[in-house]
Design a protein around this ligand. Sequence first.
Ligand SMILES: [Fe+2]
Length: 245
Amino acid sequence: MQLLDDNGLMHFLFPEMPGFDYGFNIYGLRNGSGVLLIDAAFRSQARAVNQRLKEMGLAVTHVLATHFHNDHISGLLALPEGISVLGSPEYGKTLSKTLPQTIAPVSFTEPFRFGRFTLRFEPAPGHSPCSVYTLIDHDLIHAGDNLMARSDGRRILPWVEREGIANHIASLEHLAENHGNRTVLLSHGKSIRGEDSIAREIGLRLHYLNAVQHPSPTLTLKEALPDHAGNWVCTEFFHQLVRIS
Ligand SMILES: [Fe+2]
């Protein structure tokens, strides 16, 4: 784990382990000695972050779950019961674990203030029904897993269930049209800066999602991708989605 300072945020970076296609970012916002984490990742990762914060005289008080897939919330099992867990009101559609903490649904109309930070939330379903965008002040947005990548620059194929494809497309279009001037933080992969880069990264995913939305029986991965398959990992998601192998 590396602790980086990214736009004044704490950034705990867990690079990809050998054999794994994705690493993890946990971002931290500080309010005095309290810290709000964005995502809790897996237990070992949350434990490492918690320990590092303790060594710094800090403590986790809140965790915002960008969505409730296991790689984002299993770490809650390694964190104290008393912390506040924030997430989409739709969390019950995805959550498959019993957590020690109580979940407080976020508001999509009222801002949430944490120390000097003002957070706003928007529903961003697609990757999961409970995905949210988190706008941090005026310059950052956390996109959860609506965009995913590796630290070596290769992209992770969008993961989506068939019934979520239309929503995933709409959420990405919303991000491009409304927030392309912000730096985009991701749970997996490097943050994306600059309107051209953000539009390009979103466009690549939209190409794929549009291709798989109404696939012909003979659609191949090569046809669905906007560029060379070697630029992508987790290509098995395509076969799972279109039920061909
Ligand atoms: Fe994830």
